[in-house]
Ligand binder design. Sequence first.
Ligand code: PLP
Length: 365
Amino acid sequence: MYENELKAIHKSNRYREREIFDENLIDLASNDYLGFSEDKELFEKAYNRVLKHKTHAPKASQLVNGYHLVHKEFEEYLCEINGFSSGIIVGSGFLANLSLIEALVRKNDLLVLDEFYHASGILASKLVDAEVAYFRHNDVKHLEEILNSHKYHRAIVCVEGIYSMEGDILNRDVFEVCERENILLVVDEAHSSGVLGDNLLGVFDYFNITPKQNHIKMGTLGKAYGSYGAFILADLEIIDYLQNRAKAIIYATAPSVFDTALAHVSVEKTQSKKEDINRNIEKIKAVVEEIFAIKMQGMILKLDVENSQKALDIKEFARKKGFLIGAIRPPTVKHAIIRLIPRISTDIEVLKKFLLELKNEIYCS
Ligand SMILES: Cc1ncc(COP(=O)(O)O)c(C=O)c1O
């Protein structure tokens, strides 16, 4: 039934497949920035936390009886360290964006997203009964132009802390523009939580911004924190509204109890080891800069390549050398790139040697 569509995908070199990779390959493709996905101590701590409770499964929506003490304790901990008054754990970052956009954007409101906002937000924007606009990536002047040229009841602006494919940091001026009345700012910190700021809490921490009533911070648990799920932190009224209006929260089973506990112990670890982690991040950034002359803003190294086929060839080259890297192709990005995450758990000498070989392969072969 979809033969022609699949043929077209193949023809444009955009065919994707799931694969079980050799566990011995060195992973520089995932978002496991801190190497927590292999930290068995964290796993055991989380297991023991959950074991203390009668139930280990959410069983129902948070609005029925799926809300577990493990969720509540993590929400409270996140609010405390991030300085927000309220929070809610949700099943995934995808669901979080869907929940936020679908619920917050009402008739006569204006939704404005950075053009590189995550696909989950773009999809959610198609569900709203309001005007939707995109501003050029990190271009605050363009954002202002859009806000000034529209009439709206409320405006909701969506940005990322570190952009997932570009790897660059949010333009700080966005916070200033959104100081105006009735502008809500949603910051998706999927790729900045755990890797940015003195306290590794993301862009609010990095820019030293105290959360205000118009700020919403979303973070995911499946990346630096080596678990699965997401959180939304905001003013009490907004969280209250979300749990009453966001369909993806109300009509979904509450997030996994174990994954929430695992994320909780992971965030605790980032707080107790922040100096060590930040030192390691800086070391890795220095290696990347030395080899590619690129100053990584987060922990995402983006390397442009000619086309999708070249990206796939380079990925295969890396695999033969024992490394996994990402070959990201359209439509995920406009032009094919190699996306590489130099995890801080990678041996620095091994990383250096590989990056040199990779550079040679990309630019000299
Ligand atoms: C910026 C951004 N937001 C949201 C998501 C979705 O998060 P999750 O994977 O937890 O659904 C991702 C994941 O790829 C992401 O990169």
